[in-house]
Design a protein. Structure first.
Length: 227
């Protein structure tokens, strides 16, 4: 049974990312393109009393026009939600910094503002170079509220194969960005799927290319191996 058909301009196109489900049975996801400004959307699908579903656009990226300082082209990974219902995600493009072929991407937060409206806040602007850029997937969140994710590009000067990163909220209210691992090719390259976090803080993920045979790897990043 199809519960929603996207129409491109208003509600987006290209829902490559997966869905998350809240305690009330609502679904949340992203489209890579389309929306009010043709730069992607975050949407919710809510069950109705009649047994159907109603879609609400929570946010359309790039309301100010190019460059999309708020982000653009939400990635392939799923959103993360905290206990207050706030949503966290990544955009492959947009943001404050330029990376040669386009903007470097962002990590963002969506919070409920007034009823029916959400406010977007950019938590981190990626930049070209050793810290990585172009987050293709979403983020995962631990019990302390730290966010973890990957970038497809940047990192090691050996190949620029991407990184695993952590974004931690400081007491000042600012977010601290740390590279946990930079890929060098032999251990994988171009990680572009969501990480999985276990109860011990170990991170698991996949890299689309690289490895011994060049066809990708499954990897683990443990707390002991982090900087």
């Amino acid at each position: 049974m199809v519960i929603h058909r996207f129409t491109r301009r208003h509600d987006g196109v290209g829902p490559f990312a997966g869905l998350i489900l809240d305690a009330s049975g609502n679904l949340y996801g992203m489209t890579e393109d389309g929306g009010a400004y043709n730069a992607g959307t975050v949407y919710g699908l809510h069950p109705t009393l009649s047994g159907g579903w109603k879609e609400h656009i929570l946010y359309s990226f790039c309301p100010g026009g190019s460059p999309c300082i708020d982000g653009g082209r939400p990635g392939l990974g799923v959103l993360a939600m905290d206990g207050s219902g706030n949503l966290y995600g990544a955009t492959l493009g947009g943001g404050a910094n330029w990376c040669g072929f386009g903007s470097c991407g962002t990590i963002y937060k969506l919070t409920r503002d007034t009823p029916g409206h959400w406010k977007e806040t950019v938590l981190y602007n990626f930049r070209k170079g050793a810290t990585g850029f172009g987050p293709g997937a979403g983020v995962v969140r631990d019990k302390a509220g730290n966010l973890y994710g990957t970038t497809i590009y940047g990192g090691s000067s050996q190949c620029g194969c991407g990184v695993v990163f952590k974004l931690a909220l400081q007491t000042s209210g600012k977010w601290k960005y740390t590279v946990l691992h930079a890929f060098i090719g032999s251990d994988g390259a171009q990680p572009d799927a969501n990480l999985t976090l276990d109860s011990k803080g170990n991170l698991y993920g996949t890299a689309a290319t690289g490895g011994t045979y060049g066809y990708g790897v499954v990897f683990e990043v443990t707390p002991n191996s982090r900087p």
